[in-house]
Design a protein. Structure first.
Length: 157
């Protein structure tokens, strides 16, 4: 099976059920789910929600680049859409004054993981494919770990 199809099936199998599950969880017990509610001014909240949706699109583009073996493009996506050079990274100082300290630290973990991923993707271009894939997936896991940690602990309103 070509690598591209493997990544597609992996993505669908892992992320496919999440929208429905998230919708069901929100309806089931929005006030008692255990995540801290972060109340933000509507423009800040809307900006953050749009940024997180863009992060999902960027992760999809990153996976697509990896499925094609294009580590350079994966690094470009990570740097420009998930890292400190992303629009969200550049605007972070204004937003952070509204966030809990632990949430800010999780946000920084995402930017740091994205920066490490860029370096990993550059290094992976010069390695055999099995070693390269091991490295980039470990780097990708660090990115998604940062997302999961924040989304597991906080919700916005």
């Amino acid at each position: 099976m070509p690598l591209r199809f493997f990544f597609f099936f992996l993505f669908v199998a892992v992320l496919g059920p999440f929208p429905l599950a998230a919708e069901q969880a929100e309806r089931a017990a929005p006030e008692t789910e255990g995540r801290e509610l972060v109340k933000l001014p509507p423009p800040i909240r809307d900006y953050m929600l749009e940024a997180m949706r863009d992060h999902l699109v960027a992760l999809n583009e990153l996976l697509d680049a990896l499925s094609l073996g294009d580590f350079e493009q994966a690094g470009i996506v990570a740097e420009s859409r998930l890292g400190l050079r992303s629009p969200e990274g550049e605007d972070a100082a204004d937003i952070r004054k509204h966030l809990p300290r632990a949430m800010i630290e999780m946000d920084m973990a995402l930017y740091e993981a994205s920066g490490r991923f860029v370096e990993i993707a550059q290094d992976a271009r010069n390695l055999d494919s099995a070693t390269a894939l091991d490295m980039v997936f470990a780097g990708l896991r660090d990115i998604t770990d940062a997302c999961v940690a924040c989304h597991s602990g906080y919700r916005l309103r």
